[in-house]
Design a protein around this ligand. Sequence first.
Ligand SMILES: [Zn+2]
Length: 94
Amino acid sequence: MPIITQRRFNQLLKIPRPKPLNVCRCETCGKILWSSHRHDWVACECEQESGTEIFLDGGDDYCRWGYGKDARISWWDSVNQKWKPQEFCSSAKA
Ligand SMILES: [Zn+2]
């Protein structure tokens, strides 16, 4: 569910977590998506017809995502504490 603000995201980063944050950002609409638990499916605010929409799922357990053909995505890399481009998935598959 959650689309989170930059402020909320900054707060999240301060909370120690056993697993990496499952977070990505849509570079088209600028929304930060956080899948907070296994069944937490979250989509950005792009129109589906635009081809830029993205979704994220799986929480701490796994990273599942999908996106339109024109989507531009950054993933949060919890290890290096920075945004990474499209292909990179921040969530450990362990
Ligand atoms: Zn979007």
